[in-house]
Design a protein around this ligand. Structure first.
Ligand SMILES: Nc1ncnc2c1ncn2[C@@H]1O[C@H](COP(=O)(O)OP(=O)(O)OP(=O)(O)O)[C@@H](O)[C@H]1O
Length: 857
């Protein structure tokens, strides 16, 4: 059977009709798995069957392919379980094309031909609209990317919400970081060679995509013509009915325009009758936001924890109190794109402050927001033509809820709240129209009637009136016929095959009047029709079809009316999302006693009694020990020492997270703060082998450190935890020392350097902008008590041996270690070198001093 797995190689002339058609469709959708409707199943054949059976753990069977051909592989899924199976395939990075029967099988059967089938939908990971396939609180982005040497253009859109953004910049590294921030479900790349067009699942793209791009995403290779300059520009202009691109802010960004054109072109080609509902694109620049590389996003555990990759325990988990999917998605974006402008941050902070100070207002705002559905996704379905009556009712209910929200905002002061004071009257009217038109609890399907209220459409009411009359006539028929025939057991019934009939028991069938036409004989009864009954029946069926059609028409008109207002609904949804996020910030601030930071230009970072936002929520209430931080005014670099598990890493991250929170416009976990804007936060935390790229722990550490030293500025915040641990002690110390020196002396960035090399405390003697801090512990006779307090001064020794003792190393090992330690300290060249290292760096201008090569005689 496996010899027939390649559909390209079978002789199509010899195939049975259906499989020939399958191959024909497959030619067009070769990049996707083709699920082909046959009766109650979606079947796959040839290689697709083998793949689907393997991926979904289905039974691989076979189908007769033709006399000369024999069996071909086949695997299928029941039609009602399509979404579930398609979802599994999509998660594994496949595209799935659905080829449906587009007419009643009975019609084709009657005409003795094959039932008509065509592809009605292509699911690709980045073009999903189906609610069941999408995570509610995260975006599902489709990216399009074009490279021109070092320059690149990037467009990303979410067809389920309508968001669409463009940018252009330089440098593959920056592009990679941007992709890692967006976490696209699918990336479209142009290729010149037509036979390469297709889909590369995660991990399959190595060597097939430009070097340096991350390979963990799904890439869809598409013909270059979609991206070609004039084509792309034309696609953009036509899609949005524009004359020029000037208003979009991307006119001078040819690569961004090409990427956007490529993305729209791909959607147009792939979405069958579904339309793209992407809103007008918004142009942004990476430089508008604080730059965070993937390493820092990961180390600060912004959206997931390092160890388990879990949401629980991440910063997002700690601060997300949003109540709508729109708010949750916006918060994620804000978190990964902290702001750089004081004014913009202050606008958010002012709103949070107002909602913190006015508790009643905050509660009312949140109450109303809770009643608002995911307007962005509802609108996405409206645009795609998949929204049903329930969706429109949810949309109307949301618009009403926004109206009520507007009313509680009548005397607010902050910008974000004022933005929601007025709901456009067109939208109020639209919500009213939806409510008046649709019944309260409509069915999911749209073509079987029962959707539109009585009294809203004269035509529909007239049809329904006639239908009722006919139905009443039939209901009466039983009574009148009983009287006419004198048969008390006479009944009027209905079945799908014969329609309405008059039923008389066999015993009484003799008494049937002459105008009764016998239709069916059963064991105990005879069934009849009369010409008039048949006529009424035809009328009823026709009326029912007309009513359903009219209802559907009215619904489509209503959906169209909603669609026409998308330019009013979308911005309103975004305003609601922003208030949802900010009201969530206020809620967190009140719950955990966060304070408003004073945001400043310059380099100052003053934190009084700062706390780690996540650890404090994970520890029992009141257990977290707050600590101060002062950087940027005299002291730029803190050398932080302290025993294992004393809290160094926690403190380091806490400072980074407070800085982050301030720049996304949230209150911060501390007593008082002055926080200056950072251009970037860099982190080097812990050591994890990067097995994926085959780098050792130490090499990963060095690469990350090199990246920091190349890119940090005096406006950056650098958080380093344990540099130089993965090599020999002396190498490690030497590297740690020179890195710290470079940061403080050359770069003058603000930073914290946590280390077990207490020798680094010597640096503070030579560099004025370096200060020593330690996390203090209390040493009792047989144990160390962790106080988690950060205090000025350096630890004069490390506590590694102590930690070993607490962990249960045998006493003989511990004692021997102490002895060795003592001897090393006495004879160490490092100690001697540091002791003799006497250049006053504080007075040195612009030159980095050299170590005195002070080897003892
Ligand atoms: N300020 C604090 N208040 C209360 N508990 C804290 C505080 N800081 C840290 N802890 C607790 O101490 C534990 C150890 O902290 P952390 O991992 O930061 O230590 P460390 O000094 O970096 O250790 P190592 O040097 O072994 O990496 C944390 O998991 C946390 O539960």
């Amino acid at each position: 059977m496996l010899e027939n797995s390649n559909y390209h190689q079978v002789n199509r002339e010899q195939l049975v009709d259906m499989l020939r058609h399958y191959c024909h469709v497959k030619d067009e959708y070769s990049h996707a798995l083709l699920l082909y409707r046959v009766g109650d199943f979606y079947e796959t054949f040839f290689q697709d069957a083998i793949t689907v059976a393997r991926e979904l753990e289905l039974y691989l069977t076979s189908k007769h392919g033709g006399k000369e051909i024999g069996k071909v592989p086949m695997a299928g899924v029941p039609h009602h379980a399509l979404e579930r199976y398609a979802n599994q395939l999509l998660k594994k990075g496949y595209a799935v094309a659905i080829c449906d029967q587009t007419e009643e099988a009975a019609i084709a059967e009657r005409e003795r031909r094959m039932v008509r089938r065509e592809v009605t939908r292509v699911f690709t990971p980045g073009t999903l609209l189906e609610e069941a396939l999408l995570p509610a609180r995260e975006n599902n982005f489709l990216c399009a990317l074009i490279l021109n040497n070092e320059h690149w253009g990037l467009a990303h859109g979410d067809v389920s919400t309508g968001e669409f953004r463009l940018t252009q910049a330089q440098g593959i590294d920056m592009l990679t970081q941007e992709l890692l921030r967006i976490q696209p479900a699918e990336i479209i790349l142009p290729v010149e060679t037509p036979d390469l067009v297709g889909l590369l699942r995660p991990g399959e793209s190595a060597g097939k995509i430009p070097a340096g791009l991350p390979i963990q995403f799904t890439y869809t290779l598409q013909p270059y013509r979609l991206f070609q300059g004039t084509n792309a520009r034309q696609t953009l202009l036509e899609t949005y009915g524009l004359k020029s691109l000037e208003g979009l802010g991307c006119d001078g960004l040819p690569l961004a325009v090409q990427a956007a054109g490529g993305l729209l072109g791909y959607l147009a080609n792939n979405q069958g009758h579904y339309q793209t509902g992407l809103q007008l694109p918004h142009t942004y620049f990476v430089s508008e936001y604080m730059r965070l590389d993937q390493q820092t996003r990961r180390n600060l555990e912004l959206t997931q924890t390092v160890r388990e990759g879990a949401f629980h325990g991440s910063l997002l988990w700690a601060i997300d109190r949003t109540m709508t999917g729109m708010g949750a998605r916006l918060l994620r974006r804000w978190l990964l794109q902290p702001l750089l402008e004081i004014q913009a941050i202050s606008a958010r902070l002012d709103t949070v402050a107002e909602l913190v100070n006015r508790g009643g207002l905050r509660q009312r705002v949140r109450e109303h927001i809770k009643q608002i559905y995911d307007l962005e996704r509802l609108l996405g379905r409206v645009q795609a033509g998949t929204a049903n009556a329930r969706d429109l009712l949810a949309l109307a209910a949301s618009l009403f809820a926004i109206g009520r929200l507007a009313q509680v905002l009548d005397n607010v002061k902050s910008k974000y709240l004022q933005n929601l004071q007025i709901v456009p009257s067109e939208l109020e009217a639209l919500a009213e129209r939806i409510r008046q038109l649709l019944v309260e609890a409509p069915p999911v399907t749209l073509t079987e009637g029962g959707v539109i209220r009585p009294g809203v459409d004269g035509e529909l009411d007239r049809l329904k009136q006639t239908l009722t009359e006919d139905q009443n006539w039939i209901a009466q028929l039983e009574i009148t016929e009983k009287i006419r025939t004198g048969i008390a057991t006479l009944k009027v019934g209905f079945n799908k095959t014969f329609g309405y009939y008059i039923s008389i028991t066999r015993a009484k069938s003799e008494q049937a009047p002459a105008d009764y036409i016998r239709k069916q004989t059963l064991t105990n009864e005879e069934r009849y029709i009369t010409p008039e009954l048949k006529e009424r029946e035809i009328r009823i069926l026709t009326l029912q079809t007309e009513i359903n059609q009219r209802e559907y028409e009215l619904f489509l008109q209503l959906r169209q009316a909603v669609s026409l207002q998308q330019n009013l609904i979308r911005p309103l949804a975004q305003k609601v999302a922003a208030v949802d996020v900010l009201a969530g910030f206020a809620e967190v601030a009140v719950m955990y006693n966060y304070q408003c930071p004073e945001i400043m230009a310059g380099r100052e970072l003053h934190i009084k009694q700062g706390r780690h936002p996540v650890v404090e929520q994970l520890l029992p209430a009141g257990c977290f020990v707050p600590n101060d931080t002062h950087l940027g005014m005299g002291i730029d670099l803190m050398i932080l020492t302290g025993p294992n598990a004393s809290g160094k890493s926690c403190y380091l991250r806490q400072v980074g997270l407070i800085q982050m929170l301030a720049q996304i416009g949230s209150f911060v976990p501390l007593l008082q703060a002055k926080i200056s804007i950072c251009d970037r936060i860099f982190t080097r935390v812990g050591a994890v082998d990067d097995l994926a790229t085959g780098q050792s722990t130490f090499m990963v550490e060095m690469c990350e450190t090199a990246n920091i030293l190349h890119h940090a500025t005096d406006r950056s915040l650098v958080l380093l935890d344990e540099i130089g641990r993965g090599t020999a002690t002396f190498d490690g110390l030497a590297i740690a020392w020179s890195v710290a020196e470079y940061l403080a002396f050359y770069l003058k960035c603000r930073g914290i350097f946590a280390t077990h090399y207490h020798e680094l405390n010597e640096l503070a003697n030579t560099l004025k902008n370096v200060a020593n801090y330690q996390v203090v512990v209390q040493e009792l006779a047989d144990q160390i008590v962790f106080l988690h307090q950060v205090q000025p001064g350096g630890a004069d020794r490390s506590y590694g041996i102590e930690a070993g003792r607490l962990a249960g190393l045998p006493p003989v090992v511990i004692n021997r270690a102490r002895e060795i330690m003592h001897r090393i300290e006495q004879h160490s060249q490092i100690t001697l070198g540091l002791q003799n290292y006497g250049v006053d760096l504080g007075n040195t201008q612009g030159e980095l001093p050299l170590f005195a090569p002070n080897v003892p005689e």
